[in-house]
Design a protein around this ligand. Structure first.
Ligand code: TMP
Length: 199
């Protein structure tokens, strides 16, 4: 039996982790085996990124690091789905298309290049949710949780959000209102999953 691959995207503080956890509970209550995973991963390359071990690199170099992590991760995702698991992934290739396309500490790489680098290494998710949230509200949530990353800046995230909305439109992502209560967001996501008849 083949499983399914669900991705949750959104700016920092949009509520992705909560949605991932709620979807996990939903699938488990249906008796389905679930793997929750995320990018950057907690494997060697993902931890190299998380610890900032490459130093202050340009968005272009950063894109390649994220892509290397993704290439290894995608092999695992394929194994999980082909053994019948539901894979719920917090961030995937759209994070690179949305974040690294905004200049930060260096010029941003071209969008076509970002797509060309990611295209051959990814597997297309069955569903991608974009949790669309107001950057000001998201930054408040990020502030409450502490330990800001360099990406957690309201103006920067405003541009990332615009990229996300454009990508979502082009690629048929399901856009959810991240400013709504988490229970409503989860119910809407479940309805979308049922509409796609993946459960
Ligand atoms: P997290 O906060 O969801 O764990 O993600 C860590 C940061 O990495 C977040 O601010 C977004 C950023 N990021 C990118 O800029 N590009 C990517 O491709 C990925 C996967 C994450």
């Amino acid at each position: 039996m083949s499983g399914m691959f669900i991705v949750v995207e959104g700016i920092d503080g949009a509520g992705k982790s909560t949605l991932c956890q709620n979807l996990r509970s939903f699938f488990e209550s249906e008796g389905l085996p679930v793997v929750c995973t995320e990018e950057p991963t907690h494997d060697e390359i993902g931890m190299f990124i998380r610890r900032g071990e490459a130093g202050p690199v340009s968005p272009t170099a950063e894109s390649l690091l994220f892509a290397a992590d993704r290439a290894v991760h995608t092999e695992k995702i394929r194994e999980w789905t082909s053994s019948g698991k539901v894979v719920i992934c917090d961030r995937y290739y759209a994070s690179t298309l949305a974040y690294q396309a905004v200049p930060l500490g260096g010029p941003a790489p071209d969008r076509d290049w970002l797509e060309a680098v990611n295209g051959p290494i990814v597997t297309e998710p069955d569903i991608t949710f974009l949790l669309d949230a107001d950057p000001q509200e998201s930054m408040l949530r990020v502030g409450r949780r502490g330990g800001r990353s360099k990406f957690e800046d309201e103006e920067y995230l405003g541009k990332v959000r615009e990229n996300y909305l454009r990508i979502a439109h082009e690629r048929g992502f399901i856009v959810l209102d991240g400013n709504s209560p988490p229970s409503e967001v989860t119910s809407e996501a479940k309805r979308a999953i049922e509409r796609k008849k993946v459960v």
